[in-house]
Write a protein that binds this ligand. Structure first.
Ligand SMILES: Cc1cc2nc3c(=O)[nH]c(=O)nc-3n(C[C@H](O)[C@H](O)[C@H](O)COP(=O)(O)OP(=O)(O)OC[C@H]3O[C@@H](n4cnc5c(N)ncnc54)[C@H](O)[C@@H]3O)c2cc1C
Length: 539
């Protein structure tokens, strides 16, 4: 049986970082196992290809949640990357770290080393900001972060002016001294092409003799010798294989699959494991619990001025912009869909920004699976305003349906299940209307298409959220880090409680959801996990 010092399960945002950093000094061998295949795919590398990979089975797990009672029993569609780079290969590329206070909260919850001072060096280490490094931003890291201003749609400036009219300051850098304010987003991209963690961390490392990468390798079980993780079993091209880990198995399969793999391997809630006929290796009630996610509401407007719809809807527009992209890597196809936005307080009394905003100068009617809405915008001038509460208090869970590793887990997001979250969804809706009435935006708007003028009262707005709000694909915390072995899954050094030689390192360990998009913090977790592991193995 093949033997390695470390086995990393999952080549996603965090897993790719670990594979690179643990092989960097040449002392250790690493096996990186990825259930998906290569990321050499035009639709992955071209930013607007997001619309294509969104529903593409060859690179996407395409999960569906269970019906959510508070969303009128609607099922949520949960894309997750199943490809080298994981979700960083199919995401919308917005680069946001979160608020300093998020990490101070993590520390205060009993996680020494995870306060702002403890995580900032790893954010910086991972990043090359195209504006250069400084006290906050990185200048020499693998992940390139790009300012898109020269190609932004001109109406982004109207959005920012509207924010200023509402007394929200213009913030030129959401990842600098403060996150608060309105402005334009930066993307994880370089030269008009997506910067996934496969591109940033694996491409430079893949020829190292001490790094073995196995694609289309679905890890089905962690193999234990007593309480020690000794290796893994995986399925590849219809064959079952095994590999041994001399030192550690590191699970980086993401917020859906990391808890799934632990449960399949006998680490999870005792009753659940018994029910599914799985031998309990170690009871851990927290595995799959504490699920948190961002839920957003969009307002759709018909515009008086041309938007990206006018450029991308006609066939000749697609052709022109396609050619322009191929020849120059410029133009709207080189950008993500969320061009401007911000972080604001939904009400004056809020302690810190509690709402994230998105402005997309393009509109599309969300299509069922199989359709590719972003490449086919609406046939009229239109744009979207979106908003989401940054720190929801609703908690869901996920669990395996059976002992079959190929069967997707049952996901219960439990959105909008607290009064706090219902109130913040209302704040989001009210804020969208305030933006629409601000003079700089009002002059662009011909009419509001969704939800439309019939939605007026607070009750109408809340019902509209139950009817239309959707995930923005940031599930976290299903293998939560914390000080209580009874409830938490890993300690502050990411070791799974009660077991040896086993860590979890990805977005599933976040103690709470960060205020913003989750790719940058997942990469930071990968960086910090690698540093912790190298420190812990003392030879
Ligand atoms: C559609 C979409 C849009 C998003 N937009 C943004 C955005 O604009 N900005 C942002 O910051 N964040 C965004 N996110 C969220 C962000 O990308 C994720 O939070 C982040 O990538 C999570 O990193 P991770 O390492 O935890 O998991 P992932 O990156 O999902 O990696 C997990 C990896 O493990 C592999 N794997 C799973 N199970 C197994 C197994 N059993 N065996 C082997 N391999 C396995 C998976 O195939 C995958 O490659 C978006 C996500 C999606 C899906």
């Amino acid at each position: 049986m093949a033997e390695f010092d470390f086995i990393v399960v999952g080549a996603g945002s965090a897993g790719c970082v670990l594979a690179n950093r643990l092989t960097e000094n040449g002392k250790y061998t690493v096996l990186l196992l990825e259930a998906g295949g290569s990321d050499l795919n035009f639709w992955i590398w071209m930013p607007i290809g997001y619309g294509k990979t969104f529903y593409r089975k060859s690179v996407n797990w395409m999960y569906l949640s269970e019906p959510c009672p508070e969303l009128n029993d609607r099922v949520s569609y949960w894309p997750r990357g199943k490809v080298m780079g994981g979700s960083s290969s199919i995401n919308a590329m917005v680069y946001i770290r979160g608020q300093k206070e998020d990490f101070e909260d993590w520390k205060a919850m009993g996680n020494p080393g995870w306060g702002w001072d403890g995580v900032l060096p790893y954010f910086k280490m991972s990043e090359t900001n195209d504006r250069g490094g400084d006290g906050y931003r990185g200048g020499e890291g693998p992940v390139h972060v790009s300012t898109m201003d020269r190609d932004l749609h001109p109406t982004c400036q109207d959005f920012i002016r509207a924010g200023e009219e509402l007394q929200f300051a213009h913030n030129p850098d959401f990842n600098g001294a403060t996150q608060e304010g309105v402005g334009t987003y930066q993307n994880t991209a370089k030269d008009g092409m997506r910067m996934s963690t496969a591109r940033a961390y694996i491409r430079p490392a893949r020829k190292r003799p001490n790094l073995a990468i196995e694609k289309h390798a679905l890890t089905t079980r962690i193999l234990f010798e007593g309480k020690r993780a000794a290796g893994v079993a995986y399925s590849q091209h219809g064959m079952m294989r095994e590999a041994r880990a001399r030192r550690e198995v590191i699970v980086s399969a993401g917020a859906v699959n990391s808890p799934q793999l632990l449960q399949l391997s006998g680490v999870g809630p005792t009753d659940l494991l018994r029910q599914k006929g799985i031998d309990v290796v170690h009871p851990s009630e927290g595995v799959g619990r504490n699920l948190q996610d961002h839920l957003a509401i969009d307002y759709l407007f018909r515009s008086r001025v041309p938007t990206l719809n006018d450029q991308l809807y006609p066939w000749y527009g697609k052709l022109w912009h396609g050619l322009r992209y191929v020849l120059t890597r410029r133009g709207p196809l080189s950008l993500g869909v969320n061009q401007a936005g911000g972080f604001v307080r939904g009400r004056p009394g809020e302690e810190r920004p509690n709402i994230q905003l998105f402005y997309s100068p393009v509109s599309y009617t969300k299509a069922p699976p199989g359709k590719r809405p972003l490449m086919n915008p609406d046939p009229f001038s239109g744009f979207l305003l979106g908003a989401q509460p940054t720190r929801p208090t609703s908690r869901g869970h996920l669990e395996i349906r059976s002992a079959d590793p190929f069967e997707p887990p049952a996901i219960h997001p439990n959105y909008m299940s607290t009064d706090h979250d219902i109130d913040e969804m209302l704040q989001c809706s009210q804020l969208m209307r305030r933006f629409a009435e601000a003079p700089a935006m009002a002059r662009l708007i011909e009419c509001e298409i969704a939800p439309g003028p019939q939605v007026q009262t607070d009750e109408d707005m809340i019902e509209d959220c139950r009817q239309r709000a959707g995930t923005v694909f940031h599930p976290v915390s299903t293998c939560k880090m914390g000080p209580n072995p009874g409830e938490d899954v890993v300690d502050s050094r990411l070791r799974v409680y009660g077991l040896e030689g086993l860590r979890v390192a990805d977005a599933s360990i976040f103690p709470t959801l960060t205020s913003g998009n989750t790719n940058a913090p997942a990469i930071m977790v990968g960086e910090k996990a690698a540093a912790i592991i190298l420190e812990d193995i003392k030879d």
